[in-house]
Design a protein around this ligand. Structure first.
Ligand SMILES: O=P(O)(O)OC[C@H]1O[C@H](OP(=O)(O)OP(=O)(O)O)[C@H](O)[C@@H]1O
Ligand SMILES: O=c1cc[nH]c(=O)[nH]1
Ligand SMILES: [Mg+2]
Length: 213
């Protein structure tokens, strides 16, 4: 797995505001989208394109277009949904599939409660969106799911990642022979005793959408 941690002052600035406990929900949502758009620029560097001929008002020239089938964007509900619009800004024609996953806050085990994805993903590049990579259980399960469906390449985009989660992802995906990349806006210090990222930003889903019991 190739891991990329962003190194850009605009990303650091927006991430700092996002972390701030005083940032309200509308601002949190807007910053999440902006950060994803910035990350997506780098994360789509290897998006698959094919050569085409373009007719301009003056002449014809060589260009490219996204290959078909195009990339599939997969937000992991609930918090990943907050990243979708930011991603679609750069990939407006991408199809979107959904994975609903929740981490049990006692066992810290991830569980899939819904999915709406094409039956076969053969030949597809998949972009998985989830703001938080904590223990890594959720993303590892999502990647396993997409690989079993036939994804040919997986790029995960996160806002914050914990070293423990990256290690687990490396371990759990070591046997997988499709290319896997992780793009994260920030790499934090550690997890606390409840599996929360420190210093982190708290519960991303709650900060985006409010507390659900
Ligand atoms: O790396 P892990 O230890 O598996 O934890 C990370 C997961 O936890 C959060 O989701 P949560 O389960 O809170 O669901 P939500 O998006 O509905 O809030 C987050 O958005 C990740 O999906
Ligand atoms: O820090 C964390 C860990 C898991 N889920 C979150 O939303 N935040
Ligand atoms: Mg949550």
């Amino acid at each position: 797995m190739r891991v990329h941690v962003a190194d850009h002052p605009l990303i650091s600035h927006k991430l700092s505001v996002l972390r701030d406990a005083g940032t309200d929900s509308p601002t949190f949502r807007r910053l999440t989208e902006e950060l994803v758009t910035l990350l997506a620029y780098e994360a789509t560097r290897e998006v698959s394109v094919e050569p085409i001929e373009v007719t301009t008002p003056l002449t014809t020239t060589h260009g490219v277009r996204l290959t078909s089938p195009g990339p599939l964007v997969v937000p992991i509900l609930r918090a990943g949904l907050g990243m979708l619009e930011g991603m679609q800004r750069l990939l407006p024609t991408a199809e979107v599939g959904f994975l609903g996953m929740i981490r049990n806050e006692e066992t810290l085990e991830a569980e899939t409660y819904t999915e709406r994805l094409p039956d076969r993903l053969d030949g597809r590049q998949c972009y998985v969106l989830d703001p938080m990579l904590a223990t890594g259980g959720t993303l590892a399960m999502a990647i396993d799911f997409l690989v079993r469906r036939g994804a040919k390449e997986i790029t995960a985009i996160t806002l914050l990642s914990a070293p423990e989660g990256i290690e687990r992802l490396e371990r759990d995906t070591a046997h997988i022979d499709v290319p896997i990349q992780l793009f994260s806006a920030g790499l934090d210090e550690r997890l606390d005793e409840n599996g929360y990222i420190v210093p982190g930003l708290g519960d991303a889903g709650d900060r985006l959408y409010g507390v659900v019991d």
